[in-house]
Design a protein around this ligand. Structure first.
Ligand SMILES: [Zn+2]
Length: 630
């Protein structure tokens, strides 16, 4: 939707630069406009730094610097507000008196990437709270595919912080409603609440169900509950303690409506009369408001709560050497580790060490005979094992064990709650290794070992393995195809065009496991948009149906457009999208538990960039994908 369509009506007003400058100068003279050297990072999802605008005692402005040059002020104003409003008008609109509350000690802070409004909230002469709102204009490739492809800049309002010393019934929600309308009319695309805010109350409020009288609110809730009961509606009441992605809300049963009537001011009533004369049937419940007026643009609820992500790797993984020119070389992992050090997501990663698993345990996945044969082949100094592409060196057996043990370490950390999710940067890869076979650079099926370990040691009942390596994970499929509790789902280049020649749609599992294998072959040159479409249409509903207790990812990055050995033309954006969605699904079904395992990826820089993007997304540090428009 274009910005103009999203407006309440009429042409956007353009204020002259002269007028804007005069207003800015007045605010500076009043001591209400400042600059900041630092900028609270938003593009990587870091927490907003309250200290930047924190006022220490009356009149003291902490960390706030001198005002930037006027040319900069004007540029930033134009970028964020497109000169559709003057600074004074905005300042007044932001601090509008609502009920008996007013803003004092308020200021505008011009930082590098955004403008921040910060204020204390007063009730009469008593300071009762504080509020921080910020405005930003984003064009981040990681923002989401739709925005990226359309080249659009998003203008976003963040409610960063609101704190009220006592429960001031109705104030916050009335204020948000006021802001929402204000910024909608100014053509902003998104209105985001920081994760610490209570959304539940907000959404009740937005539908007009907030009343200054608490008993009235209680009565309305009771009415809703009675309605649900009386009609036996398939609706659950959910207390929303934490913000969720918009998609979660959108999934609520929006087809179920209750009669409601709106007045010209946007307040609601359950009964129609002369004032409440607009018939608006409301989706039932408090979480459905994402798609309701007055907001018609993106209606994104944003969580900026980072997760704790474990990162498993070891220098020992470099000692599995393959013959000269082999794509599965130690150089892959070196490139990846170097990028991670450089990009520093590592500072906020929990480093985990792999360990050597019990051979006996591995016999639950591979036969004793096969493992002995592999060990023997390495011991004899052979150059390949089993198939010509399975190049080996002196350390290969030990390193292959350590790769499986890396996934076990990841499973330990996630299931012990030490981390929320984990990525295991292991090699050699594993998903082509079957019970009695090595192929496609794989010897021991790392992800399968992790899954069996999670089941047998931690009692995880249902495990969903998502394999987005460009090749079909025939080994993993073979190991679990008769198992109804381990769902194997693979997205890969079509077997007609790509190794290993299996993974057709007709392969759906066997015996008790029938229906618990899903292969989604993709034609060569499938690109991001199509991949995402297939992922949303086919993978997401399967995970929802299965309701796993743990999600494991066979995360190969060889579907990348720069990869030398396959022909899908994906970019990091696909991996970010899939990761983000897997995180949301894991949040919903299994306490966020994800263990992701490196498989393929043979272009060093592409692999490194993809893994960094994957890690950041696992950490909740990349902005959400734009999947659903309100
Ligand atoms: Zn692969």
């Amino acid at each position: 939707m274009s910005r103009d369509q999203s407006r309440a009506g009429g042409d956007p007003v353009s204020i002259s630069r002269q007028e804007i400058l005069q207003d800015l100068e007045k605010l500076i003279r009043d001591g209400s406009l400042f600059g900041a050297d630092r900028d609270p990072a938003i593009t990587d999802g870091a927490e907003f730094d309250r200290a930047l605008v924190k006022k220490k005692g009356k009149g003291t402005r902490f960390l706030i610097r001198k005002v930037p040059p006027k040319s900069k002020l004007l540029r930033r104003w134009a970028r964020l507000f497109e000169n559709a409003i003057s600074p004074r008008t905005l300042f007044d609109a932001l601090s509008a008196r609502i009920h008996e509350f007013e803003h004092r000690e308020k200021l505008l802070l011009f930082s590098k990437g955004r403008i921040i409004y910060d204020t204390e909230i007063f009730q009469g002469e008593e300071s009762v709270g504080e509020l921080t709102v910020s405005f930003a204009s984003l064009r981040d490739p990681a923002l989401g595919m739709l925005a990226y492809f359309s080249g659009a800049r998003l203008r976003v309002v963040y409610i960063e912080h609101i704190h009220l010393t006592a429960q001031k019934s109705g104030y916050a929600s009335a204020l948000f409603r006021h802001y929402e309308r204000l910024f909608h009319d100014l053509g902003f695309n998104q209105f985001r609440l920081s994760a610490s805010l209570s959304v539940g109350r907000y959404y009740w409020a937005q539908e007009g169900f907030d009343f200054s009288d608490k008993s009235e609110a209680g009565r309305r809730k009771a009415e809703l509950r009675a309605l649900v009961k009386e009609r036996a509606l398939p609706v659950r009441e959910v207390e929303i303690g934490r913000l969720n992605h918009a998609y979660d809300f959108a999934r609520f049963r929006r087809e179920l409506k209750i009669p409601a009537y709106r007045d010209a001011e946007g307040s609601y009533s359950s009964k129609a009369d002369a004032r409440f004369d607009e018939d608006v049937s409301l989706p039932l419940g408090k979480a459905f408001l994402l798609c309701s007026a007055p907001w018609e643009g993106y209606k994104t609820i944003y969580t900026n709560t980072p997760r704790i992500t474990g990162f498993v790797t070891s220098r020992d993984y470099l000692s599995h050497r393959t013959r000269r020119g082999h794509v599965e070389s130690p150089g892959r992992l070196r490139a990846l580790l170097k990028a991670i050090d450089k990009q520093r997501p590592r500072r906020s990663l929990v480093t985990l060490s792999p360990y050597v698993p019990d051979l006996e345990f591995l016999q639950g996945i591979h036969s004793a005979k096969y493992l002995a044969k592999f060990r023997e082949s390495v011991r004899r100094g052979e150059k390949v094992f089993s198939t010509a592409d399975c190049s080996i060196s002196a350390a290969s057996f030990d390193v292959a064990l350590l790769a499986a043990g890396g996934v076990m370490a990841g499973v330990d950390a996630v299931l012990n709650g030490r981390v929320d999710n984990a990525f295991c940067a292991v090699r050699p890869p594993g998903h082509h290794a079957g019970r009695d076979s090595a192929m496609g650079f794989c010897f021991i099926n790392n992800v399968a070992v992790g899954a069996v370990y999670a089941r047998t040691v931690y009692g995880v009942e249902k495990i969903f393995i998502l394999d987005w390596d460009v090749h079909h994970g025939n080994g993993t499929q073979e190991i679990f195809e008769g198992d109804s509790l381990t769902y194997y789902c693979s997205l890969h280049e079509h077997p007609t065009f790509c190794f290993p020649g299996t993974g057709r749609r007709t392969e759906r599992g066997t015996g008790a496991g029938a229906g618990f294998t899903l292969n989604l072959p993709l034609k060569p040159h499938t690109m991001d948009e199509e991949l995402v479409e297939i992922f949303e249409r086919e993978v997401v509903p399967e995970i929802e149906r299965f309701e796993p207790g743990l999600i494991m990812v066979s995360a190969g990055f060889d579907a990348h457009e720069r990869d030398p050995i396959a022909d899908l033309d994906l970019t990091e954006k696909s991996f970010v999208h899939m990761t983000r969605r897997v995180c949301e699904l894991a949040d919903r079904y299994c306490g966020g538990r994800i263990v992701s395992v490196l498989e393929g990826g043979y272009d060093g820089p592409a692999l490194a960039a993809s893994v960094v993007a994957h890690l950041k997304t696992l950490q909740g540090r990349s902005p959400e994908c734009l999947l659903e428009k309100g």
